[in-house]
Write a protein that binds this ligand. Structure first.
Ligand code: MN
Length: 429
């Protein structure tokens, strides 16, 4: 894992004024993405304050290993480089954006972010979603099995399912309410129609960096070399479709109709100052099997990330009301680390590729204010949330806008954020 260097120095500032004190994109972050400036085609960029630097125009100023990879419309090849190359690029970008001597060269390559379109940062070959939020798994399990919420495998094996890469979209793309088979408990047979229990799931996403060859697992001590960065991920879920279809093979159409991610790749390097020890397991829990245990991962495998979900209904937006928080919690509520997720995924020889996306699963806190889905907040729909304007929500209504945010915080470092992961619900077609 890369080290703290001058790019993390809290005293470092940028000649781009809006970067200094920016909640998400100060010079200590430098997240990577793909964007279109007004009336131009897509290209790689880095977010800095309220601006985006067009990386396709600065290739000659960057280390040769990365400079020639910054011309396309995806970051897959960049993600596939060794971490050392990304570190070298980060150090050079930090220098270019902090030293005013480079201002006249770079200013023509800056675009106001609000005028740009953000795209998916990579062509996502495969998308997998895990289930490592132990409080979420417990809360959901209780709704089905009050006495035995966690199945016996949960504390041994990181549970996951294969999702659908083709329906992942960046923040800002509206989500169409899915139609599907639903069967309420008091109905004898299912009917086909718009989901009545549409929900969000607050998750983090892992961007796979260097891949592994088919048949060659990734040892836990090397997992960090295969993680290029992270994003926010909203695994939209139709709970009624899910409840009827999930046995015996797991989620299918309840979750593959749309997945929203924050469009910036917050690199593993940017998050180095915010690593934490993985919380110790409760007394009596089994230790991870040896292939999932690494002392260094246990010491630094968690993140000091504060997560937040807000809602703004159509009525709130039309009346100018601010979004209302539905939950606030910490990313430390993960039973397995990112490295354990990755290593388990490849442990049977499954090959991961640069630009693959892996979701953590819903991250809920132990406390009532930090639940990462409406299924949990409304206790399966029985306890609707009351919003300040008198509206209530057991599940999402058409016109609702849901926004996920994350902020990395640590003493003596400048906080960095992920940007918004947001989408509005449209009526079923
Ligand atoms: Mn999920």
């Amino acid at each position: 894992m890369s080290a703290i260097d001058e790019t993390h120095d809290p005293a470092r500032t940028s000649w781009i004024d809006s970067a200094n004190g920016h909640p998400d994109f100060p010079i200590q972050n430098l997240p990577l993405g793909i964007f279109s400036p007004p009336a131009h085609h897509a290209r790689p960029g880095v977010a800095i304050g309220d601006m985006i630097l067009d990386l396709s125009g600065v290739g000659a100023l960057l280390p040769p290993a990365v400079g020639h990879l910054l011309t396309g419309t995806t970051l897959n090849r960049l993600l596939g480089l060794p971490a050392a190359d990304r570190v070298a690029m980060r150090r050079r970008l930090s220098e270019l954006l902090s030293d005013p001597a480079h201002r006249s060269t770079l200013e023509p390559l800056l675009h106001r972010a609000e005028e740009c379109i953000l795209h998916l940062p990579a062509a996502i070959g495969d998308y997998t979603d895990f289930y490592v939020g132990i409080h979420h798994a417990t809360n959901v399990g209780k709704q089905f099995r009050p006495d035995n919420p966690l199945l016996p495998n949960y504390k041994y094996v990181p549970i996951g399912y294969h999702g659908r890469a083709s329906s992942v979209r960046p923040s800002g793309v509206a989500v169409m309410r899915p139609n599907g088979q639903r069967k309420a408990p008091d109905e004898d047979v299912p009917s086909f129609g718009p989901s009545r229990r549409l929900d969000y799931e607050l998750e983090l996403g892992i961007w796979v960096g260097q891949g592994n060859e088919l048949g060659h697992p990734i040892p836990i001590g090397e997992a960090h070399r295969h993680i290029a960065g992270y994003c926010l991920l909203n695994d939209w879920s139709a709970r009624d479709i899910q409840a009827w279809e999930y046995q015996p093979l797991g989620p299918f159409l309840a979750k593959n109709f749309h997945t929203t991610i924050s469009p910036w790749i917050v690199t593993a390097e940017a998050l180095v100052p915010f690593r934490l020890p993985q919380p110790s397991r409760p007394e009596g829990d089994p230790p991870p099997l040896p292939y999932l245990f690494d002392a260094s991962d246990q010491r630094r495998g968690a993140f000091a990330l504060e997560l937040e979900v807000c809602i703004a209904t159509a009525r709130m937006r039309s009346e100018g009301d601010a979004p209302v928080p539905l939950s606030r919690g910490s990313a430390t509520n993960m039973y397995w680390t990112m490295a354990q997720i990755l290593t388990h995924h490849a442990s049977n020889g499954c090959n991961l590729q640069p630009g693959d996306l892996i979701g953590t699963g819903t991250i809920s806190a132990a406390e009532a204010g930090g639940l990462g889905s409406l299924l949990e907040i409304s206790q399966g729909g029985k306890m609707p949330v009351s919003l300040p304007n008198g509206e209530t929500r057991a599940f999402l209504a058409d016109g609702d806008e849901v926004t996920l945010r994350a902020s990395a915080r640590a003493a003596d470092y400048v906080p960095i954020g992920f940007g918004a992961c947001s989408a509005v619900i449209l009526p079923a077609p």
